[in-house]
Design a protein around this ligand. Structure first.
Ligand SMILES: O=C(O)C1=C[C@@H](OP(=O)(O)O)[C@@H](O)[C@H](O)C1
Ligand SMILES: C=C(OP(=O)(O)O)C(=O)O
Length: 424
């Protein structure tokens, strides 16, 4: 495991950058185009661990996915709702979307399938999705009976009907259910028990399904209705830039007092993480938006008290910014950060404390009382977002080292090259 030092920037940063395609849209599109009948292309796709796991699983299932590296395109030869393989043992690393979406996809097959991942994947809950699928007539279970992967799917087609699913852990369960529902024998009604977390990801799913000509009725995130018999049309799909990836560059502007325009994601994006720019605005940054870009300029900043329930993946980015502002920052309503790549609330608190910063940990978030960070070697817990966020702190203070920086390959393989390029 190697370690890199992030050195402070010297001059003022004033730059334009383009971030890779969205992980969430790329992995959704791999599923929906696999279900369409014939050739689709996914352009400006993200090429990273999470999307490679998804693509290689589809290939193992007999659904050909070709990677064109020169153009960041996936060419998918969809099988119209059929899963050619009758047996497969799939590995998805720590890709939550691949695990959840493939579990649902395989209920449409006829065969026996197993999906597993790295050790941490074996601690990330999936029981609510399994119960939802079983209510729709599937036969899926947690192999070790602990509500977590590996999962076993005895494919026999999906009947449809009504499923009542807890909304408080992950929106990915709902995206997974929605994407396969048109291929169920009967109409599907999904009832959300409690309040749904990460709602914007469900909007993204419905939006992409719409691009294929499939409609979903969303009744206030309480009931989701999908008519059976709808079929995904093949598409040539342009993936927009990844808003979570963009957050690190907005934070660069905020922390260093510079100006960064990120191209590839703009004012009409449905990605919840674009709201990170609004949080920075609340802290005192200047924010501009165009059709295909968002620009942040740093100013003197102050702490905020924010609900990040619609953007859990950028709460760590905010933690890095919070170190350099005046006054406390409180992040709320992101309890499910604890079940992601690591327990992200505990990890943020522990690593900031190493730098001498005072942090209060809550069940649903954290509060940071800023002070000048002391030199520290930061543990990243194999969490790409720990590595990417905590590196930002090093752009303004000496002696910040990041352990295992390669873990950024989960969603952003060239992250550190882009950060280095900012120095000009
Ligand atoms: O649907 C998606 O693409 C995602 C949903 C979110 O997960 P939860 O719904 O589990 O919060 C997010 O954290 C993840 O990175 C991607
Ligand atoms: C939580 C994340 O990923 P996933 O749940 O898709 O593994 C993430 O990318 O921050």
């Amino acid at each position: 495991m190697n370690v890199i030092e992030i050195k402070p920037v010297t001059g003022r940063i004033n730059t334009i950058i383009r971030v890779p395609g969205s992980k969430s849209y790329t992995n959704r599109a791999l599923i929906t185009t696999a279900l369409a009948d014939g050739i689709s292309s996914i352009n400006n796709a993200l090429f990273s661990d999470d999307t490679h796991y998804m693509a290689s699983c589809l290939n193992s299932l007999g659904i050909p996915v070709e990677e064109r590296k020169d153009t960041n395109t996936f060419i998918v030869n969809g099988k119209g709702g059929c899963i050619p393989a009758e047996k497969a043992n799939l590995f998805v690393g720590n890709a939550g979307t691949a695990m959840r979406f493939l579990t649902a996809l395989l209920t449409l097959g006829y065969g026996v399938y197993e999906i597993g991942g790295v050790e941490r994947m074996g601690q990330r809950p999936i029981q609510d999705l399994l119960e939802g699928l079983n209510q729709l007539g599937a036969e899926v279970k947690s192999k070790l009976d602990n509500g977590c992967p590996p999962v076993i799917i005895k494919g026999k087609g999906l009947k449809g009907g009504k499923a009542i699913v807890n909304g408080d852990l992950s929106s990915q369960y709902f995206s997974a259910l929605l994407m396969v529902s048109p291929y169920a024998e009967n109409d599907v009604t999904i009832e959300v028990k409690g309040d749904l977390v990460s709602k914007r990801y469900v909007d993204m799913t419905i939006d992409l399904m719409g691009k294929h000509g499939v409609t979903v009725e969303n009744i206030g995130y309480k009931r989701l209705l999908v008519k059976s018999g709808q079929r995904y049309k093949t598409i040539s799909y342009e993936v927009e830039g990844d808003a979570s990836a963009a957050s690190y560059f907005f934070a660069v502007a905020a922390i260093t007092g510079g100006r960064v325009r990120v191209e590839g994601v703009g004012k009409d994006s449905l990605q919840g993480d674009v709201q990170f720019a609004d949080v920075l605005k609340k802290m005192g940054c200047h924010v501009d938006r165009g059709r295909d870009w968002i620009e942040v300029s740093g100013r003197a900043l102050h702490g905020v008290d924010v609900d990040m329930g619609d953007m859990p993946d950028v709460a760590q980015t905010l933690a890095a910014v919070a170190v350099y502002v005046k006054g406390k920052t409180r992040v709320r309503n992101v309890k499910n950060m604890r079940i992601k790549e690591t327990d992200r609330i505990a990890a943020v608190a522990k690593e900031l404390r190493k730098m001498g910063i005072s942090v209060t940990e809550y069940e649903d978030g954290f509060e940071i009382e800023p002070s000048m960070p002391k030199p520290a070697e930061i543990e990243t817990y194999d969490d790409h977002r720990m590595a990417m966020s905590f590196a930002l702190i090093g752009l303004k203070s000496d002696g910040i080292f990041i352990k295992n920086p390669k873990c950024v390959s989960k969603t952003f393989p060239n992250y550190f090259q882009l950060i280095e390029k900012l120095r000009g």
